[in-house]
Design a protein around this ligand. Sequence first.
Ligand SMILES: [Zn+2]
Length: 234
Amino acid sequence: MQAELEQLLVLQDRQQKIRHIEAETKTLPQQRKSLDAQLAANLAALEAAKQKLRQIEVDRKKLELDANTRRDSIAKLRTQQYETRKNEEFRAIGHEIERYEKEIQQIEDHELELMEQAEQVKGDVASEEKHAATARESVARQLADLEQKGTTLSARLEELARERQQIADAIDEDLLSRFDRLFASKGDAAVVALEHEVCTGCHMKVTTQTAHRVKSGKEIVSCEQCGRILYSAE
Ligand SMILES: [Zn+2]
C-alpha cells in the first residue's frame, strides 16, 4: 500500500478514537444528572413519609382538642343538671351528656387508629431513611467514578490529539484537507477498503477502471459513488 494511504489510515484511526471519546465524554453530564435525580427521588420519598407522620400528629392533636371541648361541655352540663329541679330538664341534660360521651368515645377510637397509623408510618420513615443513606453512599461512589472517568478520558483525548497532530503534520496539505472534509461529512470513515470491487463505505460496486487504479496503488483514488478514498483490501 502507498505510504500516504497508510498514514491516512493511522490518522483515521486516531480521529475515530477521538470521536468515540468525545461522544462518551458528552454522556457524562447526563449520567451525573440521573444520579442526582435518583438521590433526589430517595430524599423526596423520605420527606413524604416524614410529612405523613407530621400530618397524623396534627390530626391527632385536633381530635384531642375536640374531645376536650366535649369534656368541658359535659362538665358544664353536669353543673346545670345538679342545679335544676325539673325532672324533664334533668333528663334532657342527661341525654345531651350521653350524646357527648358517645362522641368522645368515637373520637378516642379514631385517635387510636391514628396512633396505629403513626406506628406504621414511623416504620416507613425508618426504612426510607435507610434507603436514602444507601442511595447517598452509592450515588457518591458513582459520582466519584464518573469524575475519575472524565479525567481519564480527557487525558486520553489529549494524548490522541497530540498523536493525531504529529501524523497530520507529515501528510500533504491538500490530501489532508480532502481527508478532513470527507471525515467530517461521512460520519464514519474517509478511507475505506475496496473488496471485490465493492466500496466498503457505500457498498456500491465501482467501475473496473477505478478498481484497477486502486489496485495499482499509484495514486489516491476516490469511490465514484460516495467520494471516500479507497485502498485495496486484496
Ligand atoms: Zn463508496
